[in-house]
Design a protein around this ligand. Structure first.
Ligand code: SF4
Ligand code: SF4
Ligand code: SF4
Length: 295
């Protein structure tokens, strides 16, 4: 873990009400500084506890009347492996170097929903079960979700997940019930190193950019922000990484689903025109041949 040069966290006032697609003027979010994460998973535990989330059913089996964990990832100290309907936060462990060469190191990244300013999940939802609150976070209304899973395919980060037990989808809400009461998120509150900081996104970005410069001056030349304003209009939950996004399993250039739809549609229209033209030319050639024969 690197020294924390950012100072202490702050609390923020409450707000309420909702908008659906609308942009939020002063969104709240989180800055996740992976350079000071120690991989303790207090954030994962706090998320489970506050949101009353159980384990993934397939990860446990009842043995002599007690639930036992049966699915181990075998991947370093990673115990959940992915974000799921019951794992809204996931601490990734990325092993670097080699213990044989004496340069073994871990990159840790506490991952969750990014509450994107342009959220693919929200834009494709046919029932408007996904909506943006006036604090900028994206939430799912369980009683409006019909379980169609369009949002699962639309999220470029693989965040939102289908819950087989309820037939609906789940993901991090940015602790909507806490932040609407002026509290910080449960994961940020539990983090012992302030690796996760909750606050107003614009202000968080200022301190995050300063932190990148500090790390670069300390020799971490690849230190960079992931999810600054260049990614999907800005991720309201964004990250400081010590290496490229793909090292942390994050897409380099995440896209909204409709961007692919537009290019896909243009290709389909183009292909249909070429096919139609070829058929017309073939038909005409055949007819000209028949006419010539008859003459
Ligand atoms: S990360 Fe995925 S689930 Fe979260 S807001 Fe963005 S598109 Fe939606
Ligand atoms: S903001 Fe709340 S719901 Fe989201 S990962 Fe943190 S604790 Fe879980
Ligand atoms: S609580 Fe903080 S230090 Fe611990 S794993 Fe989560 S982000 Fe890292």
């Amino acid at each position: 873990m690197l020294p924390n040069t950012r100072g202490r966290r702050r609390r923020w006032p409450a707000s309420s009400a909702t908008t659906r697609l609308g942009r939020c003027a002063m969104p709240k979010g989180m800055f996740v500084d992976t350079s000071i994460c120690i991989g303790c998973k207090a954030c994962q535990v706090a998320c489970k506890e506050w949101n009353e989330l159980g384990g993934e059913p397939e990860d446990f089996r009842e043995v002599e009347g007690r639930l036992k964990a049966v699915n181990f990832t075998g991947n370093s100290y990673d115990n959940t492996g992915r974000l799921t309907a019951t794992n809204w936060r996931h601490v990734r462990f990325i092993e670097r170097g080699s213990s044989l060469e004496g340069n073994m190191a871990w990159y840790m990244m506490s991952d969750s929903c990014k509450h994107c300013a342009q959220a693919g999940c929200l834009e494709v939802c046919p029932t408007h079960a996904l909506r943006r609150t006036d604090l900028g976070n994206v939430v799912v209304d369980q009683d409006v979700c019909n379980g169609c899973r369009a949002c699962v395919a639309a999220c470029p980060f693989g965040v939102i997940s289908y819950n087989k037990q309820t037939g609906r989808v789940n993901k991090c809400t940015l602790c909507d019930d806490r932040i609407s009461q002026g509290l910080e998120t449960a994961c940020a509150k539990a983090c012992p190193t302030d690796s996760i900081v909750f606050g107003e996104v614009d202000e968080l970005r200022v301190s995050a950019r300063q932190r990148v410069e500090t790390l670069k001056s300390l020799g971490h030349t690849k230190a960079q922000l992931y999810g600054d304003t260049d990614v999907l209009g800005g991720l309201n939950v964004f990250y400081l990484l010590l290496d490229d996004p793909e090292v942390y399993g994050q897409p380099v250039n995440p896209q909204l689903p409709q961007r692919n739809l537009v290019s896909g549609s243009l290709w389909s229209i183009g292909s249909a025109l070429v096919l139609g033209l070829s058929a017309l030319i073939a038909f005409r050639s055949r007819r000209n041949g028949v006419t010539a024969k008859e003459a």
